[in-house]
Design a protein around this ligand. Structure first.
Ligand code: GZL
Length: 324
């Protein structure tokens, strides 16, 4: 009996050692996420949970900072004190990051900027992964230029969260094309915070102030849904025989409404980025050099019946192939 007990005790001790040793091998990843403001964001969060698993050798702590920049800075500082192996930042706003990036560097922790960008020197972080938001805005502008074919247009813009590189980039790219069109008039541009409620509130205000408009540019799909809700309530038609709605993100629901001819142009911004970030982390762990920036490619789509050299015309097959 004593021999059996000794054997069981030995087995328990060995398995505890294994678990401890194994747990020590897991890379501790701290990810300060923007929030939960949009379908895009939820797809991005889910992708990190799907990729950074214990089986893949990671212990992920993802913190939803609920669109609060000060909270993001504080949570990053908490990661530093808890000595995480890697810190990943999706910055709510692009400004205000220099000091905390220096603190991460002084702590010797590799830092990856993911999705949105920071307005800080790239010397202050290890590497960045994301899309080209300015190019996304330009694609939307070039499609509108192609679609209007010289016709004048009164344009309303529902912007993304003020200060975010996504809103800044998309506005910059679209305005670069608009600058070539004196026959376009941008009546107003207002922050809808990337949410459906925000899009609806801004559109309700626009409808009161601007009885005449032709185009609504929404910086993401959820804002576009809100704008549609407001136009539905006001009896305003949109789509192939109504107001032109342009959107960004190209989520499944956004492309469903594009296929239905409700959104005429939808420019993708791919949230499936976690594998790219994981590959960068594994390369850094192996002591390899990594590029300062890894681009996540994206493309644009337009409603059926619209020929375009700029974006892909939607079909059932295109929608069926979408991953998010
Ligand atoms: C873009 C991303 C933006 C999306 C929005 O890369 O940061 O934030 O376009 C999301 O849907 O809220």
């Amino acid at each position: 009996m004593k021999k059996i007990l000794a054997l069981v005790l030995a087995l328990v001790m060995v398995s505890c050692l294994f678990v401890t040793a194994h747990a020590d091998e897991l890379l501790k990843i701290g990810y300060v996420q923007v929030g939960h403001e949009s379908d895009w964001r939820m797809a991005n969060t889910q992708n990190y949970y799907d990729v950074f698993t214990k089986e893949a050798g990671f212990e992920l702590e993802l913190i939803d900072c609920d669109n609060d920049h000060a909270r993001q800075l504080q949570e990053v500082r908490n990661f530093i004190t808890k000595d995480f192996d890697y810190i990943v930042i999706d910055p709510i706003q692009e400004a205000g990051w220099d000091d905390v990036l220096k603190e991460i560097q002084e702590a010797g922790i590799p830092c990856i900027i993911a999705d949105r960008a920071v307005a800080a020197s790239s010397d202050l972080y290890t590497t960045a992964v994301g899309t080209n938001m300015t190019a996304e805005g330009e694609t939307a502008g070039l499609w509108l230029e192609e679609y209007l074919a010289g016709k004048a247009a009164k344009i309303l813009v529902i912007e993304g969260s003020t200060g975010s590189s996504a809103a800044i980039g998309r506005a910059e790219g679209f305005n670069k094309v608009a600058a070539n069109h004196p026959e376009w008039e941008i009546l107003a541009s207002q922050d809808g915070d990337f949410t459906q409620n925000g899009g609806q509130a801004v559109m309700e205000d626009f409808i009161k102030r601007f009885p005449e408009f032709d185009v609504v540019v929404c910086h993401n799909d959820n804002e576009a849904y809100g704008a549609m809700d407001a136009m539905d309530a006001a009896g305003i038609k949109y789509g192939v025989d109504g107001k032109i709605i342009i959107s960004f993100d190209a989520t499944k629901e956004g492309l469903t409404r594009t296929l239905a001819g409700k959104i005429l142009c939808n420019v993708e911004c791919n949230p499936i980025q976690a594998v790219i970030v994981m590959n960068v982390i594994n390369a850094l762990k192996a002591g390899e050099q990594v590029e300062k920036f890894t681009l996540v490619p994206d493309e644009g789509f337009c409603a059926p019946g619209i020929e375009s050299a700029i974006v892909t015309t939607m079909t059932d097959e295109v929608l069926a192939a979408r991953k998010y």
